[in-house]
Design a protein around this ligand. Structure first.
Ligand code: UDP
Ligand code: MG
Length: 141
């Protein structure tokens, strides 16, 4: 299997509402391999470390509070052109603006509770995969 890797999280509201199975099924249907997968309840400090790039933004406090409010599901995904294709699959940041059929349109409710995270570049994907997973946790199919 060639291709590159991206990192995703299923956010707390989508986990709480029981959408994990449906979202993972969609990811598999779209041709991604799941290389690593786990459910974690982040503390706020961990959420702040993950989203450090946004620390000067006005939504940093609400974002990190929300992301530590309940368990999330983290995964490493592999496919040709995974980073860009996954951003297309999840849709725009605000579910209200997301295209029909995208994961954020289907499972998101608002800008904060937008169902899933997806890496925005190969470089950030590497950083984010390493934040959650050790090399030992990652499958090579
Ligand atoms: N976010 C928010 N308020 C905003 C902008 C973003 O709560 O005004 C949240 C939103 O859930 C988003 C996350 O912060 O997914 C990270 O923002 P980014 O701009 O990186 O969007 P993404 O890459 O997730 O589409
Ligand atoms: Mg982003």
């Amino acid at each position: 299997m060639t291709g590159n890797k991206t990192f995703t999280m299923i956010k707390p509201t989508a986990v709480a509402q029981g959408s994990v199975g449906k979202i993972l099924d969609r990811i598999l249907e779209e041709g991604y391999l799941i290389l690593a997968l786990k459910m974690v309840h982040l503390c706020q400090r961990e959420a702040e470390a993950f989203y450090e790039v946004h620390k000067e933004r006005p939504f940093f406090g609400s974002l990190t509070e929300y992301m530590s409010s309940g368990p999330i599901v983290a995964a490493i995904l592999q496919k040709d052109n995974a980073v860009d294709d996954y951003r297309t699959l999840i849709g725009a940041t605000n579910p209200g603006d997301a295209a029909e059929g995208t994961i954020r349109k289907l499972y998101g409710t608002d800008l904060g509770r937008n169902a899933v995270h997806g890496s925005d570049s190969r470089e950030n994907a590497e950083i984010e995969c390493s934040f959650f997973f050790s090399g030992m946790e990652e499958m090579s199919w």
